[in-house]
Ligand binder design. Structure first.
Ligand code: UT7
Length: 326
């Protein structure tokens, strides 16, 4: 999906939320056969937040959405569209987005979930942008929220050390027509269903009637991730006529510090332009991109007018990238 260089919806604000409980690598090493040294060396992860009692995907999403609304300085009542990306919904149905809508008190508009796992936020952003462009709503909340800890096999050291819980949100506004170059400049999304078995959950309502656990062939996913991410970034740059050197910040999906380094190297991108949160949050799936975006805006790195590239790749496979002038 691409917008052909026409400026799209603009970002009015961002927000994020993390569960209270922090679990370090050392704490994990007490219950599973791993070590802080292995996890840091292979992934860059040092800790993750894990949802506790009363914390769910909807509650984290709602907290992130409230923070984004406050940052944008707007009332929830002006939101006509909520698109929530998650692979760990509170319930099979209704959509977690409708729970967020009820909690925010902005009923009457559109609210639904998007399932594209770690690329979910990119898919949700593109969906919301498209709906805003067609006039279906004026303002949208785009949320990535996960409680992956609830679908992990805590005895499988090859997956359980990699993930964490959290939520991030963005308030989007329909293009103003000002043509000032601010907003979403271009987006590309892809999927390859042949790669299902490399990263999936071994359960579901229609197959096993269980929730299931995350299964991954890590090294194979790693190889695909570096190639697919570098390619999709190049596609967006080509479409928008922007060079790598012009990008101020890359906000990538946070799966593994080594994937971030390898992708940056492949593109000739300065490593200091890459926002890294994997050390603190681990892989929060659909939440990782908006969480990292919010963090880098709040600590003053990403400023108004900056050119920011978002990118992600996950189960399916699905992957994508989006270039935004903040
Ligand atoms: O979010 C969606 C996208 N996901 C990703 O992009 C994840 C991509 N994959 C990866 O990040 C990496 O492949 C992993 C972090 C999952 C694994 O790192 P790796 O360097 O590819 O390690 P490996 O799977 O090749 O395993 C190396 C060794 C194995 O032992 P042997 O066979 O060499 O004796 C594993 O059994 O490390 C062992 N191992 C561990 N050791 C300690 C695997 N997990 C652990 C662990 N602690 N947690």
């Amino acid at each position: 999906m691409t917008q052909g260089g026409v400026t799209g919806s603009r970002v009015l604000g961002t927000g994020s939320a993390l569960p209270r409980r922090v679990v370090t690598n050392a704490e994990l090493a007490q219950t599973v056969d791993t070590s802080d040294e292995w996890i840091v060396a292979r992934t860059g992860i040092r800790q993750r937040h894990i949802a506790g009692e009363g914390e769910t995907t909807a509650s984290l999403a709602t907290a992130a959405a409230r923070a984004a609304l406050e940052d944008a300085g707007i009332e929830a009542s002006s939101i006509g569209l909520i698109v929530l990306a998650t692979a760990t919904p509170d319930n099979t149905f209704p959509a977690t987005a409708t729970k967020v809508q009820a909690a925010l008190g902005c009923q009457g508009g559109i609210a639904f979930d998007v399932a594209a796992v770690c690329s979910g936020f990119l898919y949700a952003l593109a969906t919301a942008d498209s709906l805003l462009r067609t006039g279906m709503a004026k303002r949208a909340l785009v949320i990535g929220a996960e409680t992956f800890s609830r679908i992990l096999d805590w005895e499988d050291r090859t997956t359980c050390v990699l993930f964490g819980d959290g939520a991030g949100a963005v308030v989007l506004e329909a293009p103003s027509g000002a043509n000032d170059g601010v907003g979403i400049l271009g987006t590309k999304l892809h999927a390859d269903g042949d790669q299902h078995d490399l990263l999936y959950v071994d359960g579901g309502p229609s197959s096993t009637q269980t929730v299931g656990h995350v299964r991954m062939r890590g090294p194979e996913v790693f190889r695909h991730a570096v190639v697919n991410l570098a390619d999709v970034l190049k596609e967006v740059l080509e479409d928008t006529g922007v060079s790598v050197a012009e990008i101020d910040w890359v906000v990538p999906h946070q799966a593994n510090a080594r994937i971030l380094d390898a992708t940056a190297r492949k593109l000739g991108l300065a490593p200091e332009k890459v926002v890294v949160t994997v050390d603190r949050h681990a892989n929060t799936s659909a939440a990782s991109v908006p969480l990292a975006l919010d963090l880098a805006r709040r600590d003053g790195r990403i400023k108004q007018g900056d050119l920011v590239m978002l990118e992600a790749m996950g189960g399916g496979f699905t992957w994508g990238a989006s270039l935004i002038r903040m």
